[in-house]
Structure formats: C-alpha cells, structure tokens
Design a protein around this ligand. Structure first.
Ligand SMILES: [Mg+2]
Length: 348
C-alpha cells in the first residue's frame, strides 16, 4: 500500500501570531526579529515580504528595504505555547508525527483519506488558533514537503502518484532534498539544471561521480524517498566541517573557516526557527588524531556572530595546537524548540 504523508508548515508563523494577538498589525508589514543591526529577521509577514524582507536577513538590510515595517522582538515563549497546541491537533489524527521545527511537521496518515485529514487539520488550526497552515500531501516526505511549498499561504496541494515525474521535471535541482549551493554547482557543471536533467542522466555515471549520493539524486528525481516519518529524535545536532587539501598551520585561515561555518549554520538554524545551546569545535590533526572541545551557553542562540565568537574562543583557548591541521569543523547541539511533548528532530 502506498503511504500517505502530510507536511504541515505554518504560514509566517511568528508574524501571524503577533498579528492575531494585536489586530492593529493586521495588513501591515510585521517583522519579528532583526531589531538590532546585528540581529536577523526570524519571520516576516506576507506584507513585509512584498518589500523583499525575508527570514535570515540582517535587520539592518530589512530596515533599509522596509523602513515603515513594524519590528517586534522575538517572543519565543508565546510561539512555543502555540506550537504545543498545533502538535496537539496533529495528535488527534496520527501517532506518527515527525517535528521538523517549531512550526513544521510530517504526519503519516497511511490508511486514512489524507485529503480529508489535511482539510480537518487546517480547519482545526483556523478555528481553534486563528492561524493558517499550508499543507502538502503525497506518498513520501520529499514530495509532501515540496507540495506544501507550492501554494502559500493557506495552501493545500496534493501530488498524486501518477503526477510525480511530470511534476518534478521542470523544477530546479536545488529543490531536491540536501542539494545546496555546492552540489548545485557540481551538477550545473555537468549540464544538469533541472530535476528532469537528472531523470534523463545515466544513473551509473551519477554513481561513479557522487557515490551513494548519486544514487539518491537519481531516486529523488523520480520522487522515490523511502525514509519513514520518525517520531523520535534521531540526531539533535547539525554541523559543518572541511578537510583541507593540504595540512594547515595558519590560525587566521582556520578562524576564517569558523566564520564561514558560523554564518552557514546560523542560516540553517534560522530557517528552522531553532536555537542551540552547545557549540563544539572539532579538529583533526595531520596525524589523524581528533580532538573536540565544547562550550554550552546560558542563553540559546542562532546569532552568527555569537556562534563565531564562541567557536573562535574555543579554538584559541581550549586547544593546545602544536601540529598542522587537516580538518576543522563546528557542531551545534542542544537544539531548542519545540519542547515537550515533541522534541526537535534535525537531520540536515
Ligand atoms: Mg513556516
């Protein structure tokens, strides 16, 4: 039997809650976060998005694009409360729920009519919480997530089995799960720009070029994704690391790497509406010995400068480096939100 997977994504979650709770904000460009110049936007209302403001944008840039915007502090306690209520609604319709972030989840409703469950969930959220969600439905997580993104806000999109290949064909390759800018560049070099280009590519060549990842790309291009909806925490961390072509002794170079990682990781956290408390720096020496050092913060963060300054501090004070280095990386753990009853599952 085919699976029936629903992906629910709340619309402009933080901003919508603020508009709901203060009707004078309805119809106005509301921006949550980004109050200080160094802070970043967490959520922009749809009105603010028309000015080009989006999440993860520096507050300074947002204010330049939308000076008339209403900039509000992040009231995470309130958003968490709302998130709990949303997850309670999900629970009515399935026990198999995988939280992706504070406002986003997969729900396995195999054996039920997914369209009617999705409509009911949307109605419950609207009636009980006065908020809107966009929902995607398909036979797996990859397609359900693509579907939820098609018609936002307040969308409901189903990708049926017989439509999958035609649906995927015209989409850019970066719509495939896990294809970031680097992979996209690699694929572009091969003349692959659209998912249809992967469908038409020789799978053996993809495997010889990218190994296991090549097989995955090919499978995704045909909408094959066997990953289950998992309602427990699998891996509560995310990180970035780089192995160098040549061993490195230059501290400034390593610090520069930490800066790049910090900014990339901060963007990932912001896009997931998440914060972290623990920062770990990992080093592999030229003799392949691995050392890690961590620091746990009192206040959870997703701020790029904080992540950078802490990881730089760890590198400079907690290691005793007397050899050249072949790898450096940062891992962020202790991800926060949503709290009970579901913990955040983060697999990036
Ligand atoms: Mg959302």
């Amino acid at each position: 039997m085919d699976r029936a997977i629903i992906h629910v994504d709340m619309d402009a979650f933080f901003a919508s809650i603020e508009q709901r709770d203060n009707p004078s904000l309805i119809g106005k460009p509301v921006i949550v976060g980004g109050i200080s110049d160094r802070g970043v936007v967490c959520t922009a209302s749809y009105e603010a998005r028309r000015y080009g403001v989006h999440s993860a944008m520096a507050g300074k840039i947002a204010r330049r694009l939308c000076p008339q915007g209403i900039y509000l502090p992040v009231n995470m306690k309130k958003y968490k409360e709302v998130s709990k209520e949303i997850y309670k609604i999900f629970k009515r319709y399935s026990d198999v729920i995988e939280p992706v972030s504070i406002d986003e989840a997969f729900i396995d409703v195999t054996g039920q009519d997914p369209l009617s469950v999705a409509k009911t969930i949307k109605k419950d959220i609207r009636d009980e919480l006065r908020l809107t969600a966009s929902i995607g439905i398909s036979i797996n997580k990859f397609l359900a997530k693509l579907a939820s993104d098609i018609e936002k806000p307040d969308g409901l999109t189903i990708i049926r089995k017989e439509e999958i290949i035609d649906f995927l064909r015209p989409l850019p390759v970066n719509k495939i799960w896990g294809v970031g800018p680097r992979m996209e560049r690699e694929l572009n070099k091969l003349g692959i720009y659209y998912i249809g280009d992967i469908q038409a590519y020789d799978v053996d060549v993809l495997i010889s070029l990218f190994g296991k990842r090549g097989r995955e790309l090919y499978d995704f291009s045909y909408g094959i994704d066997l990953r289950p909806v998992e309602n427990h925490v699998i891996n509560q961390s995310l990180g970035e690391e780089e192995t160098f072509e040549e061993d490195i002794e230059d501290m400034d170079f390593l610090i520069h790497k930490l800066k790049t990682f910090s900014f990339n990781l901060s963007n990932k956290l912001i896009s997931k509406d998440s914060l972290i408390k623990t920062i770990t720096v990992k080093i592999k020496y030229s003799d392949f010995r691995v050392e890690t050092r961590s620091m746990t913060l009192n206040i959870p963060t997703n701020d790029p400068d904080t992540i950078f300054n802490v990881s730089k501090g760890i590198l400079l004070t907690k290691f005793n480096i007397n050899k050249s280095i072949r790898l450096i990386g940062i891992t962020l753990s202790n991800l926060i939100y949503p709290e009970e009853p579901f913990q955040l599952s983060m697999k990036l």
